[in-house]
Design a protein around this ligand. Structure first.
Ligand code: IPT
Length: 463
């Protein structure tokens, strides 16, 4: 049988989210028309007129970047609602767009489903427009009512975002997060809730797209207060002793701002790849923002950059230079044979490209020196400069420390692995034997993959 889990373990929805690796954010709204990041809430709805809005174009951009989920800002801090909410006059209904009959949320979920992308929603708690803001019961009722509108009127929603952002001089306001979270789960069973505190996925603690080099999917939720300064490092690294499974999400914009500004441009590919290695390559999901412009389109140059990014990832990871290797390990649970008598946890499982098969050592292994697994590559295998290691996190995140050797020489080391750990090597190596030592772990390590790749995009100064 499979080994016992090491608690906590992810829910099915969290596991599915983790495997997405790259997802997209679309910040669009009143700020798009006012060259602003945080609108004041006094903006005239007549400013909102995206003459060529086409959410299908956004979804094509998301797919080009390799994303399977896209999250829309339905209301930002300025309080302007992108759907015709029954609970406020401050919405698309009061705008000239489509004669006041438009609904960006409907366009968004329609385009997403047409393109096979899952949809997510961001609804800002901080609201600088609504006069109920600051009146605890009235505003929380308003917020609850809008959760109902968004989570019952637009089909299945895969993720919802609770942003802890709030201006320094914002009115005092108690948000009923616990009530909101339970309402969300009642309306959408398999949704993932994002906030500093989860409960399903957590903020990584910065907006640069960088997780800690140590990055646990676990935290103690009781240590976290949403929106409170000083928790960033805890969120960035997680907590080895955490009893809650709340993996980190790295939100970062392809441009300097979250919203579109005429004079800003997209980050270069090299920077996006750096972000990828420091987020997906450190056990996180990357939430990449691409802001549509005031026409209602993602600019061509940004679409091109997203495509370049998606193609670069496919180029690097589309070829596994560990292919054709043989694998052995310090021990193999249940022996090498599959089926009757064999355990099905052989070292070679790290080479089959599947998340649900894995190498497991025996319970007795590793007590003295740690565990190891070694790949032996066929002669004349190509040189690699990236090592990919993945844990079968369905049974808990275990690895605390690991080292990588090529033909006996150390080339990389680190602490956590989690769903995916990517090591970039200082230079490409073509050795035959690649051995990974796991020198500390919370339980017998379960590795679902070890991959070797060549990244041709590395900047010269890295070599
Ligand atoms: C920051 C919030 O304080 C935090 O709760 C989280 O929502 C985060 O944004 C998301 O990026 S505020 C930001 C200006 C750092």
């Amino acid at each position: 049988p499979p080994p016992l889990p090491v608690l906590p373990i992810p829910s099915a929805a969290q596991l599915k989210w983790q495997q997405r690796e790259v997802i997209m954010f679309f910040h669009f709204g009143m700020n798009t028309f006012t060259d602003s990041e945080w609108g004041t809430g006094t903006e005239d709805p007549s400013l909102f007129r995206p003459a060529g809005l086409n959410a299908t174009q956004w979804m094509d951009a998301a797919r080009a970047a390799g994303a399977s989920l896209a999250i829309l800002v339905a209301k930002h801090h300025d309080g302007f609602c992108l759907w015709p909410s029954a609970y406020t006059a401050h919405s698309v209904r009061a705008s000239p767009w489509l004669g006041g009959h438009g609904d960006v949320v409907a366009e968004f979920v329609g385009a997403a489903s047409a393109r096979g992308v899952d949809a997510g929603i961001y609804l800002s708690p901080w609201d600088r427009h609504d006069e109920r803001y600051g009146k605890e019961v009235a505003y929380n009722e308003y917020y609850e009512a809008q959760l109902h509108e968004l989570l019952t009127g637009y089909g299945s929603v895969s993720e919802i975002w609770f942003d802890g952002a709030k201006g320094k001089n914002a009115t005092n306001m108690t948000y009923h997060f616990q009530e909101w979270f339970q309402t969300v789960k009642q309306l959408q069973r398999s949704i993932n809730i994002f906030s500093d505190d989860g409960p399903d996925v957590r903020w990584v603690g910065d907006e640069k797209g960088f997780a800690g080099t140590t990055c646990w999917s676990t935290v103690n939720r009781s240590m976290i207060t949403i929106g409170e300064a000083g928790i960033e490092k805890y969120l960035n690294e997680g907590d080895q002793r955490g009893s809650d499974w709340v993996p980190p999400e790295c939100d970062v914009s392809i441009r300097p701002g979250w919203f579109w500004h005429k004079n800003e441009t997209a980050k270069p590919l090299s920077q996006l790849l750096e972000i990828y290695y420091n987020s997906v390559g450190r056990n996180c999901v990357l939430l990449l923002n691409a802001p549509p412009n005031s026409t209602g389109l993602v600019e061509d140059a940004d679409v091109a950059r997203l495509r370049e990014f998606g193609e670069a990832i496919a180029t690097i990871f589309g070829t596994d230079l560990a292919a054709g290797s043989s694998a052995r390990a310090s021990s193999e649970r249940g022996g090498r044979r599959r089926g009757r008598g064999g355990g099905g946890f052989a070292a070679r499982n790290v080479l089959d490209g599947r998340d649900d098969t894995y190498w497991a050592p025996t319970a007795e292994d590793g007590r003295r020196n740690g565990y190891w697994i070694e790949l032996r590559r066929p002669p004349a295998s190509g040189a690699f400069n990236v090592v990919r290691i993945q844990e079968h996190v369905a049974l808990g995140q275990r690895v605390e420390r690991h080292e990588v050797y090529v033909d006996g020489a150390p080339v990389a080391n680190g602490t956590t692995v989690g769903h995916k750990r990517l090591h970039r090597l200082p230079c490409a190596v073509a050795g035959r034997a690649v051995r990974i030592w796991i020198t500390a772990a919370r339980g017998p390590p379960l590795l679902s993959a070890v991959g070797l790749h060549h990244d041709p995009f590395v900047a010269d100064d890295m070599m």
